[in-house]
Design a binder for this molecule. Structure first.
Ligand code: THU
Length: 157
């Protein structure tokens, strides 16, 4: 028997087509990307997430000469949110990146570790996290939940 997994998302040619709230998140993610400390990869990533009380948390990737000690932008933001606002849920998370590593038309595709953390945040809070990924040429995809980014995931349940 053959089974298939489908991945569904919305696509927009420009993030300027998004709602005002979503555009604000993209702007904040682009802004925080400048604070990335990425001397080893020269690849800057910015994440902004909106909490259930509308508060926005930002994060950027932070590298270290002892490579595994660094952390991706998504986890910087998600762990900050978990540490400081443990009673609030994450409603939307946006990721942007810049660097020669990423062709202009390609979205930053969050790494497996970040997907795992997004998914567990989503399952702990019992509410979907919308995920917005933006390319350097401004195209954007929107996923309705984090779980769809990690099919067949190893889950806490
Ligand atoms: N990076 C992120 O911040 N998020 C991802 O989803 C993928 C990778 C960072 C880690 C490292 O600082 C740099 O990008 C190159 O891998």
């Amino acid at each position: 028997m053959r089974k298939e997994l489908t991945l569904s998302y919305e696509y927009f040619e420009s993030w300027k087509e998004l709602s005002e709230d979503d555009q604000e998140l993209v702007n904040r993610a682009l802004h925080v990307m400048d604070s990335a400390y990425a001397p080893y990869s020269n690849f800057k990533v910015g994440t902004s997430l909106r909490l259930s009380n509308k508060h926005i948390i930002n994060g950027s990737n932070q590298e270290n000469v002892a490579f595994p000690s660094g952390l991706c932008a998504e986890r910087v933001a998600l762990f900050y949110a978990g540490a400081n606002y443990p009673d609030l849920s994450v409603s939307t998370l946006c990721v942007v990146a810049s660097g020669d590593l990423l062709p202009q038309d390609k979205l930053l595709s969050p790494c497996g570790g970040c997907r795992q953390v997004m998914m567990e945040t989503e399952s702990r809070q019992g509410k979907n996290i919308r995920v917005i990924l933006v390319s350097q040429n401004n195209s954007v995809v929107v996923f309705n939940n984090a779980k769809s980014l990690l099919p067949l995931a190893f889950g806490a349940e």
